[in-house]
Design a protein around this ligand. Structure first.
Ligand SMILES: Nc1nc2c(c(=O)[nH]1)N[C@H]1C(S)=C(S)[C@@H](COP(=O)(O)OP(=O)(O)OC[C@H]3O[C@@H](n4cnc5c(=O)[nH]c(N)nc54)[C@H](O)[C@@H]3O)O[C@H]1N2
Ligand SMILES: Nc1nc2c(c(=O)[nH]1)N[C@H]1C(S)=C(S)[C@@H](COP(=O)(O)OP(=O)(O)OC[C@H]3O[C@@H](n4cnc5c(=O)[nH]c(N)nc54)[C@H](O)[C@@H]3O)O[C@H]1N2
Ligand SMILES: [Mo]
Length: 692
């Protein structure tokens, strides 16, 4: 490490690990960045991507000044303007829109570029400002909504076990999660369990980096996990290995759920999932005899029509085995359910002039093209790149191209989305602003102290909205609270887990573990559901239009037989190793390492469709198409095509995987269905390729 002053900060990215980092500052410049060795989860290591954080922040394509569009929408031609001019124009246009169409015609579209409470999604920086205007509410459902809703139905909260307690597990099911790519710090705890003799199973249609390191890998067809889990329970119950005491005292609806389990013998599940029945029986026997068993499920398997149902059934597994009562047993999805910050005090939704409608982050195309009364007339895109990240790219582009839409994009880089902006405002990067973070894969809060002055005329998002409020002449005093004041309000929580956590302490120590009981058995005293028990049978789910009983919901694009026949492969577009969503995708070195967009298929499927390794192909359906290089490999099971999310469309021939993804909701939580997408793959003829 270079000599200089260490400044403690936090990685802002949308990743469960929420790392604590140390910036080294010399002569006012950030000259080094490393993982905080003292943080129990980060333990000194960052990742392939964030090791290049400072390099990314200093890239020549960084946006440093406010910009005004001079070309057509989408063309990406801009001129530099001053902040005064930018704020005047935005304030004027906003006042017109609100005056003519009402506040709900304004859509503040927050993304996951930073999860900070002060600058980003968690706290919705600027939310107070938009509340005063009466803007539409934004449902940030793009990532984990289905699983969160499914777990809420079953457990009452998505919190689950502390991932660090995986170290105490004897059997770990890594289910629809690829931690060695999407959040590798949990691996230390998996390895600790292994050293103590634990068996690790990956359940994923793709033999990922993680699956390659596991002791065993099962490759179900996408969207069929609930059927697999029900069959594992069928084996458990067949062996009489259910925990009758736990079931009687702690669960609701066991008699009904037991009948549902009986409907899924391994043979039937084998047909649905494509996993051989004897593998299901063997794993079911292992679950039956191994205490404690833990399930690590993250977002992958809930990006399906039945994503909510899948998490309900997965949460039921430790209910049947009684593992919820054991340290190292249960399920972990997102620890954010355990964070007890005073979010109401930060959000101030009471500032709204009245009730407002909610618009869905995963349905931006619909929001801009179809929504009426009032139509969306002003769009603020904050730390998001929806052209690259949101379903049905063609519709997103069509919406953003509307001439009567006023679009402001707060960004660090000239993304495909920024290309549609009327005004682009330059945003600071994490080491240039203050923020407060949780990690959704651990139980620590982390403070991010600004390490250096912002480059050019970049401003923190919080400051941008203070200036805009002033420009609009808004007199609500809380719009002008400083970042420190906001952090203090957020930390002022009377929940016992927040006891003793102050801004002073966070600043001094960098991070603080929430004061959860030790050992941490989150549902030791019951579940936060209406019945106080784990609910196999849930009235809340029934009210949301789902099956009252936890069960299997097939993927919609499979149930539609005509569609499945027309588009023979199920496309999974999961986390890429080199990018974080579309963040880092414009870093030259990481782009080079990614090898550009690829799509992997099994040798049998390649033969079936007459495709060869290394060929340029078109991955398409009736919504659109993207181009990729074909990789023929048995890492992918038959019937599946695997690509990765995150490529910038404009650096990849104009489209990425979201060109083919539908704007359709999951069963619970109204999340997106990224991995529930049927496609066909055809070779791009060589002459066409040469002509390009
Ligand atoms: N390097 C890197 N890290 C990231 C991200 C990134 O883009 N790059 N993204 C971050 C974000 S925003 C998130 S939400 C998380 C997401 O990280 P994960 O939760 O790991 O989610 P995915 O990468 O979407 O999918 C994980 C695995 O699920 C598999 N999968 C897909 N469908 C199914 C299914 O139906 N059943 C089963 N069993 N498996 C299935 C995929 O093949 C994939 O290997 O990672 C975060 N970390
Ligand atoms: N096909 C497919 N698509 C997916 C997924 C998938 O599995 N498959 N996963 C989805 C998931 S899990 C998620 S979370 C979404 C994420 O989708 P988005 O929320 O749109 O995230 P990104 O694409 O990373 O874009 C974030 C942008 O924020 C900018 N940014 C970073 N920090 C700041 C800041 O401090 N201030 C401002 N103003 N800007 C900042 C970055 O430069 C970047 O351009 O993508 C989804 N898209
Ligand atoms: Mo995400």
């Amino acid at each position: 490490m270079p000599a200089g002053l260490p400044v403690l900060g936090a990685c802002p990215l949308d990743c469960p690990d929420g790392c604590s980092w140390v910036v080294t500052v010399r002569d006012g410049k950030a000259v080094g960045l490393r993982g905080n060795p003292d943080h129990p989860y980060t333990r000194g290591a960052l990742c392939t991507k964030v090791n290049r954080w400072l390099e990314r922040a200093a890239q020549p394509d960084r946006i440093l000044y406010p910009l005004r569009r001079t070309g057509r929408k989408g063309e990406g031609r801009f001129e530099r303007i001053g902040w005064d001019e930018a704020l005047d124009e935005i304030a004027g246009r906003l006042a017109d829109v609100v005056g003519e169409h009402g506040g709900e015609a304004v859509w503040p579209y927050w993304g996951t570029g930073t999860l900070g409470y002060l600058q980003g999604l968690e706290g919705y920086s600027g939310r107070r400002f938009f509340n005063v205007l009466g803007a539409s509410a934004h449902d940030a459902n793009i990532c984990s909504a289905a699983g969160t809703a499914g777990l809420a139905a079953a457990l009452g909260s998505p919190g689950g076990m502390d991932p660090e307690d995986l170290a105490h597990s004897r059997l770990i099911l890594l289910w629809g999660t690829n931690p060695l790519t999407s959040g590798h710090h949990v691996w230390k705890f998996v390895q600790a369990a292994r050293r103590a003799g634990a068996h690790v199973v990956a359940i994923d249609p793709v033999r990922t980096r993680t699956a390659q390191q596991a002791d065993e890998h099962l490759a179900p067809l996408p969207g069929t996990d609930a059927a697999l889990a029900l069959a594992l329970l069928h084996v458990v119950v067949g062996l009489g290995a259910q925990d009758e005491d736990f079931l009687a005292r702690r669960t609701h609806g066991w008699a009904e759920f037991r009948e549902r389990v009986a409907e899924f013998p391994p043979d039937r599940a084998a047909e649905i999932t494509g996993v051989p029945a004897e593998r299901i029986v063997a794993l079911g026997e292992r679950v039956a005899r191994t205490r404690p068993t833990a399930i690590r499920a993250t977002q992958g398997l809930q990006r399906h029509s039945g994503g909510g149902a899948a998490l309900r059934v997965l949460a039921a597994v430790p209910g049947v085995t009684g593992d919820w009562a054991r340290l190292g047993g249960g399920l972990t999805f997102s620890t954010s359910g355990h964070v007890k910050l005073n979010k109401e005090a930060l959000f101030r939704d009471d500032l709204r002039p009245g009730p407002v409608r909610t618009l869905s982050m995963s349905r931006l195309g619909e929001g801009l093209l179809d929504v009426r009364d009032p139509p969306v007339k002003a769009l603020f895109v904050i730390a998001a790149n929806p052209v690259g990240s949101t379903p049905h790219q063609a519709r997103v582009r069509a919406g953003l191209a509307r001439e009567d839409l006023f679009t402001v994009v707060l960004e660090q880089f000239p993304t495909d989305t920024a290309d549609y902006a009327d005004i682009v405002l330059p945003a600071t990067a994490q080491h240039e602003h203050a923020d407060l973070h949780e990690g959704y894969g651990h139980l620590y809060l982390t403070w991010n102290e600004p390490a250096v002055a912002p480059p050019g005329e970049c401003l923190p998002t919080s400051e941008t909205f203070r200036r805009l409020a002033r420009r609009m002449g808004l007199d609500e005093p809380s719009l002008y609270d400083s970042d420190e004041r906001l952090a203090e309000q957020l930390l002022a929580s009377d929940h016992p887990w927040m006891a003793g956590i102050t801004l002073d302490r966070l600043r001094k120590e960098g991070f603080v573990r929430m004061s959860v009981p030790a050992p941490f058995l989150p549902y030791a005293d019951g579940f936060p559901t209406p019945s106080g028990r784990l609910e196999f049978l849930s009235e809340g789910a029934a009210e949301a239009g789902a099956d009252p009983l936890a069960g299997y919901t097939p993927p919609a694009e499979v149930t539609d037989a005509a569609r499945a026949a027309r588009y023979p492969l199920a496309l999974v577009s999961a986390a890429s190793h080199e990018f974080l969503n579309t963040t880092f995708s414009n870093n030259p070195e990481l782009r080079r390492r990614s090898g550009g967009p690829t799509v992997r298929v099994h040798p049998d499927d390649a033969e079936r469709f007459g495709l060869r390794d290394g060929q340029r192909v078109r991955v398409a359906n009736d919504r659109g198409a993207f181009e990729a290089t074909l990789r023929v490999t048995d890492q992918v099971r038959t019937g599946v095509a695997a690509t990765s999310k995150g490529h910038w469309p404009k650096l990849s021939g104009g489209a990425n995987a979201n060109a083919v993804v539908d704007e359709r909701d999951t069963d619970l939580g109204a999340g997106p269905v990224f991995h529930d997408t049927r496609v066909e793959i055809t070779a791009i003829p060589d002459d066409q390729e040469n002509a390009r």
